[in-house]
Design a protein around this ligand. Structure first.
Ligand SMILES: Cc1cc2nc3c(=O)[nH]c(=O)nc-3n(C[C@H](O)[C@H](O)[C@H](O)COP(=O)(O)OP(=O)(O)OC[C@H]3O[C@@H](n4cnc5c(N)ncnc54)[C@H](O)[C@@H]3O)c2cc1C
Length: 433
């Protein structure tokens, strides 16, 4: 039986987080969003606005809660993390303030899992302390959803690996101190066994950022998704993470929990859309009555509420399942959440834009930005189509086909069998007529 209950102590914690985000972090969203990057940890904004808030979170003992206690986390299960992320999702800078920002959170998990003690000291600790940023470099210009087309190679040369190739949409590379790069190490075996993961210091010789790509209407040159080339970049042999040919297992380490956290932050954003929708419906008058009086507005409000509830429960269920059986056994639930996230978010934003009219489309509301975020969620970390394949494959495993022409639910055969079973009673009823 799934259990999403919250004990009173944790409820207090959630209330504190809610209040803290509202009172201290949301004003940063308003003043600095689109102007400052939280990945730039050397800047004045980070130093003066972010760090003091991070310290409060650390003092409270809820910094980087997704990590195990060994690395300073709380050992919270996914259900608790889900409730936390639901609140963090209402604010753009909240994840940074709470030490759960992607891609650093996932990269930290990888190094914690596969890094040597030296690498943990050099990369993990400063990352956990919020002193440096990192980058995850996997997608290539010729394709991201199909690893079969990846060409970036790492070749062993004595006690080093030499990396050549190019990657696309390596987010936040411009601020990163190190990169986690996925490379082909054996082109002669199936791709899922031929790729390996490497830890690459950002100041390594041979890294060329061709350009930083922006999303949506970000001005040219202002984006943070790097198109990057690796020209014979050399790293020591020990920078191979998780063993040769093991890149996909390493990648899984960073993705399972991260997807749920993204989803639950989206629950928070979708709830914010519902708030905006209802407020507008109860404020705007047209043809002499509030929008809230119009049945087509009521339909929007009802759909918004129902979809939010369904989605929230779906994410909580997936989180609960991960807590029970682990991420691998819950891969269908995680993939399904990954598919639902952009879909629910997109619908919520579009509905809210519609009810706000021109204002909704303008740059005076957060909605246009939210729409782009919703769209990118259906592509980043694998497009929805690919995750649907996982959902379908896992579901089909639980079923089997049938011999012969007719489905097992075919009524003719089922009725014949049932009538044979009850033949005596059927005959007596007929005689009784
Ligand atoms: C905001 C953002 C941040 C990102 N950050 C990073 C990052 O930090 N590091 C990194 O390595 N990558 C990053 N990415 C890249 C992301 O992982 C890829 O965009 C994604 O894997 C899809 O690859 P692609 O863009 O090459 O699309 P393609 O692989 O070309 O796919 C394009 C479309 O084809 C369709 N399609 C693809 N495969 C199938 C299929 N099997 N069945 C049916 N239809 C299919 C889908 O509609 C898909 O959207 C980021 C992307 C975004 C948008």
């Amino acid at each position: 039986m799934a259990d999403f209950s919250i004990d009173p102590e944790f409820q207090d914690q959630l209330e504190w987080i809610r209040e803290f985000v509202k009172e201290n972090v949301e004003s940063l969203d308003l003043a600095f969003a689109g102007v400052e990057s939280t990945y730039d940890k050397s800047g004045l904004f980070y130093e003066e606005a972010i760090r003091p808030l991070q310290q409060i979170v650390k003092d409270r003992g809820i910094w980087s809660c997704h990590l195990t206690p060994e690395y300073g986390g709380q050992g919270y299960g996914q259900v608790r993390l889900a409730y936390m992320n639901e609140i963090l999702g209402r604010s753009q800078f909240a994840s940074t303030v709470f030490g759960t920002q992607a891609p650093d959170s996932g990269n930290a998990e990888i190094i914690a899992h596969y890094g040597t003690e030296e690498q943990k000291a050099k990369y993990l600790q400063p990352l956990l302390d919020g002193r440096i940023s990192s980058c995850y470099s996997m997608t290539e210009p010729q394709g991201g959803a199909d690893p079969g087309v990846f060409r970036t190679r790492a070749v062993r040369d004595g006690d080093q690996w030499v990396i050549d190739g190019e990657k696309w949409f390596s987010s936040s590379l411009r601020y990163a101190s190190f990169l986690v790069v996925m490379c082909v190490t054996d082109p002669d075996v199936p791709i899922y066994k031929g790729m390996s993961m490497f830890l690459v210091p950002a100041d390594s010789e041979g890294i060329e950022v061709v350009r930083n790509v922006g999303v949506g209407q970000e001005p040219e040159g202002h984006g943070s998704h790097a198109y990057v080339r690796y020209h014979s970049v050399r790293v020591p042999a020990e920078n191979l993470l998780g063993g040769e040919g093991n890149a996909f297992n390493v990648a899984q380490t960073r993705l399972g929990g991260g997807r749920l956290h993204h989803a639950m932050r989206t629950v928070g954003a979708v709830a914010r859309c519902l708030d905006m929708l209802c407020e507008r419906a109860l404020s705007r008058t047209t043809q002499g009555e509030l929008l809230a009086k119009k049945q087509m507005t009521q339909e929007k409000v009802a759909d918004a509420w129902m979809e939010l509830q369904q989605f929230r429960l779906q994410v909580l269920y997936a989180a609960w399942k991960v807590d029970q059986v682990g991420g691998h056994a819950a891969r269908r639930e995680i993939a399904a959440v990954k598919v639902a996230t952009p879909r629910v978010y997109r619908e919520a934003v579009l509905r809210t834009i519609q009810l706000h009219g021109a204002l909704g489309t303008s740059n005076e509301m957060p909605l246009a930005g939210m729409l782009m975020a919703a769209v990118t969620m259906g592509i980043a970390d694998g497009p929805s189509e690919v995750h649907k394949i996982t959902v379908a494959r896992e579901t089909l495993k639980e079923h089997s086909g049938i011999e012969g022409m007719w489905p097992s639910e075919h009524l003719v055969e089922r009725r014949a069998a049932a009538r044979a079973e009850h033949a005596d009673l059927l005959e007596r009823i007929a005689q009784d007529l």
